[in-house]
Each structure stands twice: as C-alpha cells, then as structure tokens.
Design a protein around this ligand. Structure first.
Ligand code: KIV
Ligand code: ZN
Length: 384
C-alpha cells in the first residue's frame, strides 16, 4: 500500500519572518519563495497582506512568481483584512486565504471580551466572506491547544459548513504534550460532522521544545498538513521545523506517511534562510546543524569509519550534506587521526601512527579542534 501524503505548509515568510531581526525585503522573500517551490512545499504562506504595504507587495509578487505551490495570505477575522488578502493573492495560480480567530477561554475573555457563540458567528462570517473571493479557505482556531475540545469541535463544524477546506489547529503557545495534541486531533476526526470535507492541519510552536513531537502526534492521529518553517524559526521559541518533520516521516516507514519534499535541497535551503535572515542555525540543530553529521568522540569515530550506520540514522547525502565529518579533538582516537591524516596525504603504518598520536594529543589538549593545516606540523613533530 502506498504511503499517505502529508502536505507541507511553509510559514517561514510569515510566522518565521515575525521574529525580531528577521524581517526581509521583497527581493529576498522572492528568492526564498522560489526555493520553497523548488523544495516541493505544498503551500507557501507568503505574509499577512493587511499588516503593511510592504507585506502586501511581497505577497503580490510571490503570487506572480510561484509556479507549483498554493500561495496563502494570513488575515484576522476582519472583513478588510480578508479583502486586502484576496487582492494581494489575485495573481496566484492557487490562492488560499488563511483566516481565523482565538477560541480558547483566555482569548475569548481577554482578547475579544466576547462569548463562545459570538466567536462562532465571527468565524463563520469571515469564512463565508473569504469564500466569496477564493475557493480554498483555511481557518485557524488560534490557541486551539488550550481550547476545550467540545467547543473546538463546534467551531470546526460551523466553519466547514461555511466552506473551510482546511482546519488549522494551532498550539499557539506551545503548551500541549504530544499525547494531548494527538488526542485533540483524534477527537476532531471522530466528533466533527463533515470532517471528511476538510484537511486537519498542525501548527505547533516550540515553547517547551515539543513542536516537532506534537506535529508528528497530529499526523499519526489523522491530520494531513503540517505548518512549519525552515530551521524552525518563528515567534518566541519558534515553529515546527520543516526539515525535522520531513525526515522523521521519511526515516520511519512504519508511519506510512510521506511528503513531496525533495530532501536533497534541505541543507542548502536551511543555509539560504539562515543567511538571508542573519539568523544562525544552532550547530546541534537536528538534520541541518553544522554538527548533525559530525563525530568527535573516539568511540563514535571508530564506528563511523568502519560503517557509517553505526552512529548515523540518516545518510547525509539524502539531506544535501556532502559527507559526515570526523572532527579531531583531544577526545579523538587513533582511527580518526589515521583517517584524517590520510585525507591530507599521510598514510601512516601502526608504529608511525602511535608516535604521531602522542604528538597529536599534546597539541589537541591545547586547542579546541585540530584542523587539516595542523596535521603536517603534528606529523613533523613526531619525527617519524
Ligand atoms: O500560532 C498561531 O496560532 C498562528 C496563527 C495566526 C495561525 O500563527
Ligand atoms: Zn504561529
């Protein structure tokens, strides 16, 4: 049986770009949008057109440029936002309006000073209005993570009736545990009349480091879209990281889920976004961090040199990384030293290696790392 497809909704240019210091001009956004299209994402959330003339312009230009992906614009449940988004998306081959409103008790009381019934009325009115412009309407129930499931099901049912094609269930505050978020999606699948007419979407924030786990719990329980960003950038602790969810599904065939992402472009796309936004990728970041395929302890290095699979569950080539790195530090062993020495032209026999290793340790204890340039000096100091 073929794998079921999970759509990838990329919000690097909207939720990701909300990060202080990550603002991009239209030109850089176009470069990233083009790359996301090439990467194979299903939806590009290009911006929030009513938020500023600059964002309107970017969404308009991205709509003209993108060939394959759906282009989406965010709105509040406000008529003018929706009208402006529809206008900005008018050139898109596949336009989507993403509208919504807070549904948790906290949002209803403190943000809107409203009631549950009034929130449903506003949700339905905004979906109905958006539907007068485009066919594809995604509705977000903001703070769904902390929203009572029975009320959330009522909201979902009402907006499906009004024409919503995708239901976004955001864990806006990154509060849910994976079991809890998965159970929420399952509850909606089982209790919302008409749920087969819409796709459930996971939009998880990373405040407790659970965004990826929650998104996977969501798709395991029936969601078929994940909202994510390159490098996991986004509000506060960020969003679900695109590269992580894509590779989890790919590396775990028993999930029977997959995406259309060309994973070989992941590393380069990560660098492109990081450089454009001047937002460094933490070295230990899963899949795309500088150390994701670097081995520095002697025990691991010995294993990887014998067979990569002893300490790697992914092939670096599959995500666009040229090769695994054997990093030389004072924790490295002879196998790693021999391997790196050979790469720079020194083929050492056992006796020579023993001597060079002693000279290596002296220098390695003084330096954080031994580079290729240091190796000839170390060999020379060993007097072999
Ligand atoms: O986190 C969130 O709830 C959002 C919505 C606006 C979709 O980003
Ligand atoms: Zn968000």
């Amino acid at each position: 049986m073929g794998k079921e497809k999970v759509q990838i909704f990329d919000t690097t240019l909207r939720d990701g770009e909300q990060v202080p210091g990550c603002k991009l001009d239209t030109k850089s956004k176009l470069v990233i949008a083009e790359r996301l299209d090439l990467l194979g994402v299903d939806v590009i959330e290009a911006g929030f057109p009513a938020s500023s003339p600059g964002d309107f312009h970017s969404v308009e230009e991205i709509s003209k440029l993108v060939k394959n992906a759906t282009v989406c614009g965010l709105t509040r449940a406000v008529k003018n936002d929706i009208k402006v988004a529809a206008d900005a998306l008018r050139f898109a081959k596949r336009p989507r309006i993403h509208t919504g409103i807070g549904t948790s008790d906290s949002h209803i009381k403190f943000k809107f000073n409203s009631t549950q019934d009034q929130i449903i009325e506003r949700a339905v009115a905004s979906v109905t209005y958006a539907k007068s412009f485009v066919e594809d309407i995604e509705f977000y129930a903001e703070d769904a993570g902390r929203t009572d499931n029975v009320f959330l099901a009522r909201v979902c049912e009402a907006v499906i009736k009004a024409g919503a094609t995708v239901l976004n269930i955001p864990d806006t505050t990154g509060y849910c545990l994976p079991d809890e978020y998965g159970a929420k999606i399952k509850f909606l699948k089982e209790n919302v009349t008409g749920i087969d007419k819409a796709i459930l979407s996971c939009h998880c924030h990373n405040d407790l480091g659970l965004a990826t786990a929650n998104s996977i719990a969501g798709v395991v329980n029936g969601a078929r879209q994940i909202e994510c960003t390159i490098n996991g950038i986004g509000e506060r602790a960020g969003n679900t990281s695109l590269e992580e969810v894509v590779m989890i599904m790919r590396q775990h065939p028993t999930l029977n889920l997959d995406t259309d992402i060309n994973a070989k472009l992941l590393y380069d796309t990560s660098r492109l976004v990081s450089e454009s936004m001047a937002m460094m990728v933490q070295p230990n970041k899963a899949v795309v961090g500088a150390n994701a395929f670097a081995h520095s302890s002697g025990i691991h290095q010995d294993g990887v040199i014998k067979n990569r699979e002893t300490y790697e569950i992914m092939n670096p080539h599959d995500v666009g990384v040229t090769e695994s790195a054997i990093v030389l530090t004072a924790r490295s062993g002879r196998a790693a030293l021999a391997y790196r020495a050979k790469k720079v032209g020194f083929e050492l026999d056992k006796l020579q290696l023993d001597k060079v290793y002693q000279s290596f340790l002296k220098i390695a204890d003084l330096q954080k790392q031994i580079n290729d340039d240091d190796i000839p000096k170390i060999v020379e100091a060993a007097n072999i």
